[in-house]
Design a protein around this ligand. Structure first.
Ligand code: ZN
Length: 221
C-alpha cells in the first residue's frame, strides 16, 4: 500500500509528498518533462526526493509537449501572462488535457513499480481555469482507471478541496521542505514574483503566516 507521488517540484506537490510520508505510504515520486518553459522545476523535484531519500523517476513526454502549440507553458512564441491566477488571461497557461495525460501515464508506471496509488496535488484554487483539476474530473478519471486496470491503482487528490493557503499550513506542520520547491513559470534563476504561480505562492505564504523561504526577483504590490 504505497504511493507514487506526481511531483512537479512546486509547493503543492511537495506538501502532498509530506502528507504521503506522514501517512506512512510514501513510495516514490514521478516528475514529467513535457517541454515546459520552467524545466528547472525538475531539478527542484530531484532535490526534494533526495531530502526524503526516495526514488525519483522522470517521464519524458517532450515529444507530446512539442505538439502542443498555443500554451504559454510549452510554446515559446506565446507570452507568459502576469498577474493573478483567477484572471481570464491565465487561460494561456492551460496545457490541454494535461492531467488526464499525466495521471494516466503515472497510473501505468505505478502499477509497474508496485504502487497502488498515485497522488496528485491539484487544489481548489486551480478549479477556476483548469477544468482537469476539478473534483468531478478526478472522480471520473479515477473510475475510468479503476475499470481499465481492474482496480490495480487509484488516484488520490488530498488537496482537491483545499486552498493553497491551507496547503502552505499543512506542509509547514509536516516540515515539507518548501525551501527546495520551485513555482515560477518563467524558469529563471530566481522566482520572478510576478507570474500567476509566483503570485499564488506569495499569497499562500502570506495568508497562512508560514515564513516564505523564497527569494523573488521582484514582487508585484
Ligand atoms: Zn514567476
Amino acid at each position: 500500500m504505497t504511493d507514487l507521488v506526481l511531483l512537479s517540484g512546486g509547493m503543492d506537490s511537495t506538501a502532498a509528498l509530506a502528507v504521503s510520508q506522514h501517512a506512512g505510504r510514501l513510495g516514490a515520486a514521478l516528475s514529467i518533462r513535457y517541454g515546459q518553459r520552467h524545466a528547472v522545476e525538475i531539478d527542484h523535484a530531484r532535490a526534494i526526493t533526495e531530502h526524503y531519500g526516495i526514488q525519483h523517476y522522470i517521464l519524458d513526454l517532450s515529444a507530446w509537449g512539442a505538439l502542443l502549440s498555443g500554451s504559454a507553458l510549452t510554446d515559446p512564441s506565446v507570452d507568459l501572462p502576469y498577474g493573478h491566477y483567477a484572471a481570464e488571461s491565465m487561460k494561456a497557461t492551460i496545457v490541454p488535457n494535461r492531467n488526464a495525460t499525466f495521471l494516466s501515464a503515472a497510473c501505468g508506471v505505478a502499477i509497474s513499480l508496485g504502487h497502488d496509488q498515485v497522488v496528485t496535488a491539484v487544489h481548489a484554487g486551480d478549479h477556476a481555469i483548469y477544468p482537469d483539476c476539478r473534483p468531478e474530473f478526478i472522480d471520473a478519471l479515477n473510475e475510468a482507471i479503476a475499470l481499465g486496470t481492474e482496480d490495480a491503482v487509484h488516484i488520490s487528490a488530498p488537496f482537491v478541496h483545499v486552498s493553497k493557503t491551507q496547503i502552505a499550513a499543512i506542509g509547514a506542520d509536516l516540515d515539507a521542505p518548501f525551501e527546495l520547491s520551485w513555482s515560477c513559470y518563467e524558469g529563471g534563476a530566481l522566482h520572478c514574483g510576478r507570474c500567476g504561480t509566483c503570485t499564488e505562492r506569495i499569497e499562500a505564504f502570506r495568508d497562512s503566516g508560514v515564513p516564505d523561504p523564497t527569494v523573488y526577483q521582484s514582487q508585484a504590490a
